[in-house]
Unconditional design. Structure first.
Length: 388
């Protein structure tokens, strides 16, 4: 026969596991909501790619190829040369392409490209959001590709080339260019779009649900510190699994595009890595939080090693307090002692104001505020003195 205590333990374990699963999903969805689907954050995230060598090479190739394709430079060369000199067309075009490529690459080292790159990504982000959410109007997401429009570079490139005496591109205008840098390819994304659309609306609530489940587990647990210890370990384990999933997904995606004829693989790799890099950073933060929570729970748990640890901490604290008593803070110590309640309330209120005023709240930021508050209260307790 099952005892009530056994069912209670099972309930606690189920609540902890569910909370950890929800928390793991919430990390990915908050990242998706606040980084991938937020225009400003997205552009800021990919902005450093304007300095990436793989991106510069891919952009220079795309712009150069499109200039020559649209201007029909080989035909112009044939028309300009005598018929018997047709054999010179290929060497001339090849040399000109090399020169144009070099000039475009020089432009990519300037601040002008950084501005154009951010504008292109801001416009491209609209397509990214439309594709992920399954919205209509993703005009640059045709045939399973997401591309950046590089038209903004053309007028700048033409001006640079004109200064160097290259005028064959003067009829290539901004309106009739179509140079694009493909940054992402996908297939059968419909199921992903549906999941993203639903979970995106739950991004705010998922951490709340996780905290409620964990709170219930702690409340039901025969020993609350043991439950807290298990919650911390579960959160850390969930982050490890999520990081493994991200790493495996990266390898799978790069293998899938390795044979693509429309995507520059090194550039796409750089793009993928910088986007996923922010997710990895969030995963590492939550992993550390999990370990800290586990450490706190373990320290106050009934495990024999924890009891020994607490005894050592109490001894150290007593010695520190005894040493602190010898420090004469004078009127300051007296004032802190008399105002201690008000200082506590003030610290707590300030922490709540900081949490409420956050533009992009997250579990890691809330934890940081809580740790700073705990440190403040500890220092306040240490410095307080009885009024003389």
């Amino acid at each position: 026969m099952n005892t009530p205590g056994k069912w209670r333990n099972i309930t606690v374990i189920v609540l902890i596991v569910l909370g950890c699963l929800v928390a793991t999903v919430s990390v990915a969805m908050i990242w998706l909501n606040q980084v991938v689907l937020d225009s400003d954050t997205y552009v800021a995230t990919v902005a450093p790619l304007s300095e990436d060598p793989a991106i510069k090479d891919a952009v220079a190739n795309a712009v150069t190829d499109e200039l020559f394709r649209r201007s029909q430079a080989d035909q112009l060369a044939r028309e300009a040369l005598p018929e018997k000199a047709d054999f010179l067309v290929s060497p001339i075009i090849s040399a000109t392409e090399g020169f144009v490529y070099e000039q475009v690459h020089k432009l990519l080292d300037s601040a002008e490209f950084s501005r154009v790159w951010q504008d292109a990504n801001r416009n491209g982000h609209k397509v990214v959001a439309q594709v992920l959410l399954g919205e209509k109007g993703a005009v640059n997401a045709q045939e399973g590709r997401i591309s950046l429009d590089l038209s903004g570079l053309f007028e700048i490139v033409k001006a640079r080339l004109a200064e160097k005496g290259v005028a064959i591109f003067e009829n290539v205008t901004l309106e009739n260019t179509g140079a694009q840098l493909t940054i992402f390819e996908y297939e059968n994304i419909a199921s992903i779009q549906e999941a993203v659309s639903v979970l995106n609306h739950l991004a705010f609530w998922l951490p709340v649900i996780a905290l409620v489940l964990w709170g219930a587990a702690v409340w039901f647990s025969p020993n609350r510190m043991t439950a807290l210890f298990r919650i911390g370990l579960g959160l850390a384990a969930g982050m490890v699994l999520l990081l493994v999933g991200v790493t495996v997904s990266r390898g799978y995606y790069l293998d899938a595009i390795s044979s693509s004829k429309t995507i520059d693989v090194p550039a796409a790799t750089s793009f993928f890595d910088i986007i996923i890099g922010s997710l990895k950073g969030a995963i590492r933060q939550e992993f550390v939080i999990g370990l800290v929570v586990a450490a706190i729970g373990f320290t106050f748990s009934p495990y024999p090693s924890a009891v020994t640890l607490r005894s050592a901490i109490r001894t150290f604290y007593k010695e520190a307090v005894d040493a602190g008593e010898k420090i004469d803070l004078g009127p300051t110590g007296t004032w802190i002692t008399r105002q201690k309640s008000g200082l506590r309330i003030g610290g707590i209120v300030l922490a709540l104001v900081i949490l409420v005023s956050m533009d992009q709240p997250s579990l890691s930021r809330a934890f940081l505020v809580a740790m700073i508050l705990a440190l403040y209260l500890g220092v306040l307790e240490f410095l307080s003195r009885k009024a003389v």
